[in-house]
Design a protein around this ligand. Sequence first.
Ligand code: ZN
Ligand code: ZN
Length: 185
Amino acid sequence: MDQQGILLVSHGHFDGDLVDKITYDVKIEFQMPVQLEENHMDLTDYYDPKRRQYDGNQLLKMLDSLHENQYIRTMGLFRVDLFIPILTFIFGQAIFKGNSGIASFYRLRNEQYGMPKDDFLLYDRFRKVVIHELGHTFGLVHCFVPSCVMRSSTYVEDIDQKKHHFCSRCRSEMSLFINHSIKPH
Ligand SMILES: [Zn+2]
Ligand SMILES: [Zn+2]
């Protein structure tokens, strides 16, 4: 059976070709097929009215159970503000060595910080978060190489400092992991 590659699931409508461009970048970075799917499910159940944010843990769990075994990895792309109980907000999160991850562009938008809208910056930040979270699912931990996409980011400024590529060490660690764990049967 052929490998199905990575599935990106966009929740809600993203303007222009933002998610198409990210699909392409993910394909290049991971060197495997990447599919893009739209999902229009109602996210109300995941909304926390006290925090006025969406529960990242529950969304990740939902995504993981919905797409079990169909693809090597599934990544949910969201527009809404995500949180997990211990943090004020998250850009994204993933199950380490697991099948799924999530990311949102909500906190990546310049407007969120009183700065002028910048479509390229938004796209550039979003692809870094998506690739970073997918990196965790492929067994990568945080990296200290300043330009590496696996460097941890607390603020958007941190994301802007790094590239959307893996450093050579992360790249080879990931290939080892992929070769040992997810070769097609
Ligand atoms: Zn991380
Ligand atoms: Zn690295």
